[in-house]
Design a protein around this ligand. Structure first.
Ligand SMILES: C[S@@+](CC[C@H](N)C(=O)[O-])C[C@H]1O[C@@H](n2cnc3c(N)ncnc32)[C@H](O)[C@@H]1O
Length: 833
């Protein structure tokens, strides 16, 4: 018990407050003929009298379902009218306790599975009626995700239990399951825990009358595979919704064997969270409020499938914030705060001003004169409510929001209107500021926005004091977190966020960065009331070093860190990906919650230092496969294409090329390795020995020589192919002690050349010895927006044209010069295969 005096208004009372005598109720008697089994009777027997209520409001009318009591039909009609107006009977559940919210959810679930609700004009009604056609145990069972998605009342009650449901909507599902467990006499939870149905079947007469029989229809939809690359197009699919089937079952089947159960499919609902962690089907199909027919739109033609990015579906923010219960996802104020943090702006400054009720009335009067013919002006309704619904409070609220960079005022956005509640004023001001940013990012031509910008559509005045370019230098524009990128702050017409294009990674892959960071989970139940987020620290480190591009660090953290400079502090949030699409089939609520708790995280990070990448780390981070592997692969390809039978690898080291030659069949019969490093040769011998023991190869002999490339050994006379490859140099710990900067990039480099120097040297040598030369390379490394720098590894491919006279004479002179020492030798024996 809170000890507070609660004021619970019935739907009818709220209608009365709003419309007074302008709301007129008319009761109609409905006589239903009773079920008559006696076919012989000529006249149908008169059944009990039921009541249906017609409620006429100034702009529209509603008709209730039939009820046994007149007053129930009136309340039902009033409730339908409020739904139409977007108002919950208790639209602000601040007044109820958590225990009361639980009780209300239990009551609501019971009502949802009542006979009356089955014929309700509620989006859930269509699902309930369609579920009557499901086979076997599934008959009349409705996925929990559907209830969580379509029942706004349950959603607003869940917000009382935990405001996190906004950022973790799948919490609603777990609350629904928990509440359903309290109705064990009435509700059956499916074995998979993902569907609910009534324990006692609906009366056959109701099933016959209400079960939906869908005509066979084909629905064009979009299948998004979770593993598709960003550039890959999404797949169009046709859903063949045949009669007698629940359409979610058909979608589940299309998703494959893992999706045993239907999943939530309210497009509006999942879109903002569509960072897919499992395949998803997007289809525009469902039961609209007033229709008993399954309706659908062609989804394929609505999307430019080629351009649909993986994690970005844009939805347009509404222009008005009405009630909390009507708002899905994070509230505008939260989105704006997050946006500011991401853009390294200060937290928005909200200034609330109030007016006495007299002046509100004046404003109201003048406003009424202006808007007398605008029947559906929602803000007008709020102005009315401000006057009528807060008797004695004497206040209306107006909000001004200032967005500041560290030094400058970026935007001063003041609402002209008054709202009945402080929160409405804040949310609407945030929404309008966000709308301005949406427009602004949609049109980066800053000049089109003057220093004082008035937008009549938004009914707001903005003062933009500072130029965007000064305020958001491109190198400081962060990639927005998922929650914004996924559409909460998107212009519906753009499929990629303008600021994403400006993301600049200033710290290169392979660098070692050192950071101090913390990760917190937003958990506090008071969150939505006082606007403060309380957090639970789940991980922190005073100093941790990681390599950029290595995949060892959380990608969100790494992405932001690579755009920071040393000494800079950044706070940012990440939100819910759509694991929930899969969790719809989860059985374990506790586990579901623990999974969900990994989401909605807030990070704080301070960049302590950056170490430039070593060549090795840079290579590993930038090239896949690594450059050393690409070089070996290139050599192998050339060898395979030749018909050579003998080959020598100069500077063979530990034998990476020789190793690969043992794996793939070539025309080679003899391979020779030459190196001056005893250690390298010993490693090569060990590797070759163990490999030859394991399996066969086509080779007849392998020899390793200790010798220098600078000396000629006559045993290498007439070898078909000579290779000389740079490989991955082994580590030399002694180098670390050297304090001076190394002269070359690697410890064993004796010189380093530019490409030009290399080309010149190789061309001259080739000409001298009558070889042609072709320059190529491996390791094309393109960075977005930068000119192609060419190959990372240069290759000269020399082919002998003819044996020159000089060579023959030289060889004759040299005779049997054999300075190389055999280190290891293998020859295929007679028994060897
Ligand atoms: C970067 S390693 C390359 C190893 C091997 N080619 C690979 O791809 O893994 C360079 C090798 O050249 C060897 N080397 C250096 N000078 C040499 C010379 N004058 N004659 C033969 N080998 C030499 C080094 O001992 C070293 O093993």
């Amino acid at each position: 018990m809170t000890g507070r005096e609660k004021q619970t208004l019935t739907p009818k009372a709220i209608i009365h407050q709003k419309f007074g005598v302008k709301a007129s109720y008319r009761i109609e008697e409905v006589h239903v003929s009773s079920q008559n089994d006696c076919r012989g009777l000529a006249k149908p027997r008169k059944g009990p009298c039921l009541y249906r209520c017609h409620l006429q409001l100034p702009d529209f009318s509603v008709v209730s379902n039939v009820f046994k009591k007149k007053k129930d039909s009136e309340q039902s009609a009033a409730e339908l009218a409020l739904e139409k107006l977007g108002i919950q009977p208790r639209d602000d559940d601040d007044d109820i306790t958590v225990d009361e919210a639980w009780d209300a959810i239990v009551r609501r679930i019971k009502y949802i599975f009542s006979d009356e609700f089955l014929s309700a004009e509620h989006p859930l009604g269509g699902h309930l009626r369609a579920a009557l056609q499901r086979d076997g145990d599934c008959c009349s069972s409705v996925p929990v995700s559907v209830i969580a998605t379509f029942d706004s009342k349950i959603n607003s009650l869940c917000k009382v239990i935990s405001p996190s449901v906004d950022s973790i909507p799948f919490l609603v599902m777990s609350y629904v399951m928990k509440a359903a467990a309290k109705l064990s006499d009435y509700i059956v939870v499916s074995p998979h825990g993902a569907s609910l149905r009534r324990k006692n079947p609906y009366p056959p007469a109701i099933i016959d009358a209400l079960a939906i029989h869908v005509e066979s229809i084909k629905v064009e939809a979009v299948h998004i595979q979770c593993n598709r690359g960003c550039e890959e197009p999404v797949e169009p699919v046709t859903l063949d919704i045949s009669s007698g089937r629940y359409y979610l079952d058909i979608i589940a089947e299309k998703l494959g064997p893992l999706a045993k159960l239907p999943r939530a499919i309210s497009v509006d609902y999942i879109m903002p969270f569509l960072n897919i962690h499992g395949d998803a089907i997007l289809a525009s199909v469902g039961y609209p409020l007033k229709s008993h027919d399954l309706e659908h739109d062609d989804y394929v033609s609505q999307w430019n499938l080629q351009n649909l990015p993986k994690a970005l579906i844009a939805v347009q923010l509404p222009l008005l914030f009405t009630t909390k219960s009507n708002w899905r996802g994070p509230f505008p104020r939260e989105i704006l705060c997050m946006f500011c943090r991401q853009q390294q702006l200060a937290e928005p400054v909200f200034t609330i001003s109030t007016v006495p009720v007299e002046s509100m009335s004046d404003i109201l009067r003048s406003h009424k004169k202006l808007t007398v013919s605008e029947h559906d002006d929602t803000d007008y309704q709020y102005l009315s409510r401000a006057k009528e619904e807060i008797p004695g409070s004497g206040k209306g609220y107006r909000c001004d929001v200032k967005i500041l960079s560290t030094q400058n005022l970026v935007l001063d956005c003041s609402l002209r209107k008054f709202y009945e509640k402080e929160n409405y004023a804040i949310q609407n001001a945030s929404l309008k500021a966000l709308s301005w940013f949406t427009m602004f990012f949609g049109d980066l031509d800053v000049d089109s926005f003057g220093p004082c910008y008035t937008d009549d559509d938004l009914d707001i005045q903005f003062k933009q004091r500072n130029c965007y370019k000064e305020t958001f230098p491109s190198s400081r524009v962060f990639e927005l977190p998922d929650i914004i990128r996924n559409g909460d702050l998107c212009n519906s017409r753009s499929t990629s966020m303008p600021w994403e294009k400006k993301r600049v990674q200033s710290i290169a892959n392979g660098s070692l960065v050192s950071v101090c960071y913390s990760v917190s989970l937003k958990v506090d139940a008071e969150y939505s009331r006082n606007g403060e987020t309380l957090k639970e620290l789940i991980e922190s480190s005073e100093e941790i070093e990681f390599e950029v591009g290595h995949g060892s660090m959380n990608q969100h953290l790494e992405s932001v860190v690579t755009q920071m400079s040393v000494g800079q502090y950044v706070c940012f949030s990440t939100a819910l990906p759509a694991e929930g699409l899969v969790l719809a089939a989860a059985t374990d609520t506790v586990r579901t919650c623990s999974l969900l708790s990994e989401l909605g995280l807030e990070y704080s990070v301070l960049l302590l230092g950056v170490k430039e990448p070593t060549e090795e780390r840079m290579e590993a981070a930038c090239f896949k496969p690594p450059l050393s592997k690409q070089r070996v692969e290139y050599a192998l390809k050339q060898i395979k294409e030749s018909s050579a039978s003998t080959m020598v690898d100069f500077g063979c080291g530990s034998g990476s090329l020789l190793d690969s030659l043992l794996d793939c069949p070539t025309s080679l019969q003899t391979i020779i390795g030459v190196d001056i490093s005893q250690k390298g040769l010993a490693r090569a011998a060990k590797m070759l020995h163990s490999k030859l023991n394991k399996g066969a190869c086509n080779l007849r002999s392998i020899i390793l020589y200790d010798g220098s490339i600078l000396e000629f050994d006559s045993r290498l006379h007439d070898i078909d192919i000579g290779t000389c490859l740079e490989g991955s140099a082994p580590n030399h710990p002694e180098d670390k002690s050297k304090s001076h900067m190394p002269k070359f990039r690697n410890h064993d480099h004796k010189f380093e050349w530019t490409r030009e120097q290399f080309n010149k040297w190789a061309s001259k040598l080739a000409k001298l010895h009558n070889y042609s030369v072709e320059f190529t390379g491996v390791g094309g490394y393109r960075q977005y927006g930068k000119a192609d720098p060419g190959f990372a590894s240069q290759i000269a491919l020399c082919r002998r044209q003819s044996l020159s006279e000089v060579n023959i004479v030289e060889k004759f002179k040299e005779g049997l010069t054999q300075p190389y020492k055999v280190i290891w030798e293998w020859r295929r024996g007679k028994g060897d295969k």
